[in-house]
Design a protein around this ligand. Sequence first.
Ligand code: ADP
Ligand code: MG
Length: 379
Amino acid sequence: MAEFGVVAPSVEVAGGKLPTATGKPLSVVALRKTYGDVVAVDEASMEIAAGEFVTFLGASGSGKTTTLMMIAGFCEPDSGTITVGDRDVTRLAPQKRNLGFVFQQYLLFPHMTVSENVAFPLTLRGVPKDEIRRRVGETLEIAGLSGFGGRRPRELSGGQQQRVALCRALVYRPPVILMDEPLGALDKKLRDQLQIEIKAIQQELGLTVIYVTHDQEEALVLSDRIAVMRNGLIEQFDTPRELFERPRTPFVADFLGAANFLPGRVLQSTDEHTVVRLDQSGGLLKARRHALASGTPVKAAVQPGRLRACAPDDGFCTGTVETATYVGTLVRAGVRIDGGDAPLIRLEVPAGRGPVAGERIGLTVDPEDVNLFPVEQGG
Ligand code: ADP
Ligand code: MG
């Protein structure tokens, strides 16, 4: 039960006066946390606007939870600052930061009803009873829980319990709500449904949310912007579209777009395009313009869904379809490119139009969909 002291939202606001849903932005500057030799978070900086849904996305151990816990106040940074609205909260206790939390474990009070659980943050703040009743009713309705107010948590499904936890974080309208893998314990179907609900509630109420997940799809469904984290570093902080279309590192191209990487050298650039001679096939691949000198060794990143099959010798390379797997609306193909033993190029095309195993095909791509990354030399 000790956690409840931590999870229960704060008691800061005097006289029951509630802050509004749209607070000022949250900013984090050069936040750093080490555990012995492990740099859990390395100089993380970001500005989050009011009403924004921001997700920390990364593999396990990349520093997502540590960053969130520093913002929440449960973990003290080695250095850096955290500002909520106009207030520097870096050294404030969690309960003085006035942030809402939802964790993977629901952490509801088992002996209290749903209504009492949701009312808890308001009761703590001494909000008048009528006002509590009104706000709890309103919040339960938003989460589709009207009629469940009298039940105890154990009389609810996992998804319903997580909705109650969400209500408890929403009910006093904290300026920022922090969520650490809140849907991690639920099965896929329920997760998909709750993602849509969380997004709808966030938009309806204009909430500012910082969300943690390791699931790319979940991040894409929910987020206005995503911070892709890796080894304690924010690799890129951008809109889903930018992360897909303009990944700034090969890691981001791979992590979000599952890109194919084709090694080659820059042949020349025009005003519009940069042309790369591919190492393996010797073929010429046209990319959108990059500021790279002729001769620069590069990796060209192309997402499987952006490649198209064409007649052999009509594309930037030619090869043989080695695998073609029907996966519902798509066919996923693996193509062995002529002239070497590089990994199969992965291609995704709408089912019905897909190439078949054994077929000889060429590959083409819109230059806009090709991102080039210079390769460090001597390594
Ligand atoms: P994520 O949430 O992305 O999985 P974490 O923020 O939990 O990652 O962890 C980041 C790194 O910091 C990991 O290498 C982890 O082992 C380490 N770490 C986190 N918390 C502690 C701790 N309390 N003591 C020691 N190492 C920790
Ligand atoms: Mg974590």
